[in-house]
Design a protein around this ligand. Structure first.
Ligand SMILES: [Mn+2]
Length: 245
């Protein structure tokens, strides 16, 4: 009985981080219900972190006082660092977690909710990997994550935007534009480093800045949700033959 209780204890973390550039306070409950209270001083970033919590079905409270008089860079990067630290702490020994996350729900096979998973010609279910991605109007984003203990970020599909000649009007359009041209990557790099995860994010297509960034954050949320879920079949076991994550 005691063991069962231990295993189902909500996985939580609290992180305080202060530098000369930012002061961040965060509380995370991976086994939450999608409640968020986020205040970073950047409304667009609050929107992204709030929808991240909702779609990853976790509780997140995060406050940041950053040097926004310089620009948004330190605030965004440091919130990524703190969120990554919170995950590393809350996941603990990682026993019983699924470990890998794709932007889809395995139980539903990427199809319509409630319909059985389709089978291929040989009657076997198709591989789960990459059956669904996250769309946002004209955009399509994919995120695949592995809480492997090995930090690595792969960032694809936005280079064309990063290196093309950006007009001043585009750069200053709004905060979502700034995120598309670099800030989002800083956040995910900070997260990957500190959560010690292998994080692959790709924008397959899409143009509108708000949609691009939102699709990326939503696919990230779905992948994180799946990867952090406990698989009852492997309760108490590590999803690694190395026996260390
Ligand atoms: Mn939006």
């Amino acid at each position: 009985m005691q063991r069962t209780k231990q295993r189902t204890k909500p996985r939580q973390a609290r992180v305080n981080r202060q530098t000369t550039e930012t002061k961040v306070v965060a509380k995370l409950n991976i086994d939450g219900t999608g409640e968020a209270s986020v205040r970073t001083g950047i409304a667009f970033f609050d929107h992204m972190l709030t929808l991240f919590a909702r779609h990853a079905v976790l509780d997140l409270s995060l406050q940041c006082k950053g040097d926004l008089e310089v620009d948004a860079h330190h605030t965004v990067e440091d919130c990524g660092i703190v969120l990554g630290q919170a995950f590393q702490q809350a996941l603990g020994d990682k026993k019983g977690i699924r470990r890998y996350g794709y932007a889809f729900e395995p139980e539903q096979g990427g199809g319509v909710v409630g319909t059985p998973r389709p089978t291929n010609v040989r009657g076997a279910p198709p591989p789960l990997k990459g059956e669904a991605y996250v769309p946002m109007d004209e955009c399509l984003a994919r995120c695949v994550i592995d809480f492997s203990g090995r930090p690595y970020l792969v960032w694809r599909g936005l280079d064309k935007m990063a290196f093309r000649q950006v007009t001043n009007a585009e750069m200053q359009q709004d905060m979502s534009s700034a995120f598309r041209f670099g800030l989002a990557r800083e956040f995910f790099q900070g997260f990957a480093n500190e959560a010690r995860c292998n994080l692959h994010l790709e924008l397959l297509y899409g143009e509108e800045p708000h949609h691009v960034v939102e699709a990326l954050f939503k696919s990230f949320a779905k992948a994180v949700d799946i990867a952090c879920q406990r698989d009852p079949r492997i309760a108490g076991k590590l999803p690694s033959t190395k026996e260390l994550l």
